[in-house]
Every structure is written in C-alpha cells, then in structure tokens.
Design a binder for this molecule. Structure first.
Ligand code: ASP
Length: 328
C-alpha cells in the first residue's frame, strides 16, 4: 500500500519534471537546425518561396533552416512525412493549396487530414495561377489557345507536378471547362515541368506565378492569361481570364507553413513571429513581389487565419474536383 502510494508520488514527480522540461525546451527553442520540408523538386515555386522566407526566418530564430525536398505523389509524400515527424518544431513544412486542400478530394485514402493533423504557422504568399504554353504553341491569345486545345487535345501533352498538386488541380479545372483530356505528364514539381515547357517537350501547363514570371520576362514561354480578377503588376501585359474570354477560370493558389499536430504553442508562436517578421522585411517583400506573389496583410497572417483558409479551400476545391470527374 505504502509502496504503491510512494510509486504514485514518484510518477507524479516525473510528470511535473517532464512537463517543465518540455516547457524549458519550448522556451529555449530552437537549439539546433530546423528542417523545412518542401514537398516538390528544387527550383519550383514552393521551393523558391521556402528559400526566400527561410533565409530571413533563420536570422530571427538564430538557427539554420535546412530545406529538404521530399518529392512524390503531388506533394502528399512530403506532407505525410511532415505529419509523422516529431512535433517539436524541428520539422515544419511549406505546404500549399494542393497538399493542404485539393489533395483531400483527389486522394480518398490520404494519410493525413490537412485541417486536423497539422498546426498552422501562417500563410506565406498568395500565388495567382497562369495558363502557360511552350513558346511555339500555335495560338496568339487565349481564344486561339482554347480553340486549338479543343481541336487537338489528343495530340497535346500537359505538364504538372503530380495528382494533388496545384498545377494538376488548376489545369483539371481548365480542361474540364474546355472538355478536353490531353496526355498528362507528371513531374516531381513544376521546376522540372517548367524546364520541359521551356525545352518544348510539353505543350502547356497551369502554374503559380512565381515560377512563370522569370520565363515570361525572358520570353521563353507564352502566358495566355492569369486566373485572377485583376492583372498582376509583375507580368503586367498578361490579361486576366475575364479580359481574355474565359472568365470561368478563376484560380489562385497559396503557400503556407505548417507544423505537425501537437507542436507546443510557444514553439509555434516563435515560428509564426519569425514568419511575420520575414514578411515585413523589405528585401523579402521585394523578392516575393517581383515574382508576382501577393504578400498577406495583417488580417490574413498567423495561425487562426491559416486554419480557416485551409477549411475554406478544402470546401472550395472539393466540389470542383468532383465535378471534373477526377475524384476517386
Ligand atoms: N507549383 C507546383 C504545384 O503544381 C509545385 C512546386 O512548387 O513545384 O503544386
């Protein structure tokens, strides 16, 4: 009896000790490098955005942030890895509209629930989607593009970053509007698919603006339209889909940081604050804006705003995906 109560006392002592050690660890955080998983290949928009903000965040946090490209299954392989990582703030993920919204409808057996198995850190950038084609695609504007794709879909190759990715999902919307099914060529990110587009190995794709701007400026691809209500100041000559004659194609993506569920609140708060600081930094802002992305204002920043964005984006994209016939 006495031994049992002493044992209970000991256990309680351990629990207090463990809790205060956890708190101390959270207060000291970070004491070693942080891994930021990028669920796509290097050189694509998610990778570029991750590198821009992590550089600044690592200065604030006083630790290196190592980018790890964990590719596969439209970004869901990297997101699954992040979901299963220890929830200690040393593994976080640069997710996006695909990994944390569209994938829900595209993968009935998805290993994670974007809105339940992650702790939101904050929205990083909004990224309008553009309809892009190889340089010698035989159409001078979006109307001609639509007519050509409709007439020749069986001969055309569409590049994307895998089922579940932004490029897959947004071109799914485009193809269902045009009622076409071109040959679909998956890559491990839109970095490599952009290389294929520039080389003329594939015909068209839909992608986040960050990846498109350098190529549009260099004249290496064609950009037919941007899927937002307004033109973007970075490629100012690209018309909106409304101006160009396909107003139903409204598509804008985003990138955001998440941690595994159970990451302590003080750790999350440090990460959110470091992200916030990065998004206020002139150098970071310039780099993101020059690439056409939209930097969230104060009301769209932080953990709560990202939690509701994830829910509303799942609700928005799921019916679009189901209507396209692509959902399993
Ligand atoms: N933009 C890509 C996508 O289609 C992924 C990437 O960032 O490479 O989801």
């Amino acid at each position: 009896m006495r031994i049992a109560s002493r044992f209970r006392g000991l256990l309680a002592g351990f629990a207090v000790l463990a809790a205060s050690a956890g708190l101390a660890a959270a207060q000291d955080y970070p004491t070693r490098p942080i891994t930021m998983i990028v669920p796509f290949a290097a050189g694509g928009p998610t990778d570029v955005i991750a590198r821009i903000v992590s550089e600044n965040m690592s200065k604030t946090l006083g630790q290196t942030i190592v980018i790890e490209n964990v590719v596969g299954a439209g970004g869901t392989t990297g997101a699954t890895r992040a979901m299963r990582a220890a929830p200690d703030g040393y593994t976080i993920i640069m997710g996006h509209m695909g990994t944390h919204a569209a994938s829900v409808a595209l993968y009935p057996n998805l290993a994670y629930k974007p809105d339940a198995d992650f702790e939101p850190i904050g929205l990083v950038a909004g990224t309008p989607i553009l309809i892009l084609a190889k340089k010698d695609f035989p159409a001078k504007d979006l109307k001609e593009f639509v007519a050509y794709v409709k007439a020749n879909a069986d001969k055309l190759n569409l590049a994307h970053a895998g089922v579940g990715s932004v490029s897959f999902t947004t071109c799914l919307l485009l193809n269902s509007l045009l009622n076409v099914k071109p040959t679909s060529i998956p890559y491990q990110g839109t970095g490599p698919s952009m290389n294929a587009l520039v080389a003329g190995q594939v015909d068209y794709m839909c992608d986040q603006i960050v990846n498109a701007v350098p190529q549009i400026k260099g004249g290496t691809i064609k950009a037919y339209a941007i899927g937002t209500a307004e033109r973007n100041p970075s490629p100012p000559d690209v018309p909106t889909t409304k101006e160009a004659g396909l107003p139903e194609f409204q598509a804008s993506a985003w990138n955001a940081l998440f941690a595994p569920k159970g990451t302590p609140k003080p750790v999350l708060d440090k990460l959110s604050a470091a992200l916030d600081k990065a998004l206020n930094d002139e150098g970071v802002r310039k780099r993101l804006l020059d690439l056409g992305s939209d930097i969230p204002g104060p009301d769209r920043r932080g953990q709560a705003a990202l939690a509701s964005l994830v829910k509303s984006e799942i609700a928005k994209w799921s019916p679009i995906i189901k209507a396209s016939g692509a959902a399993n």
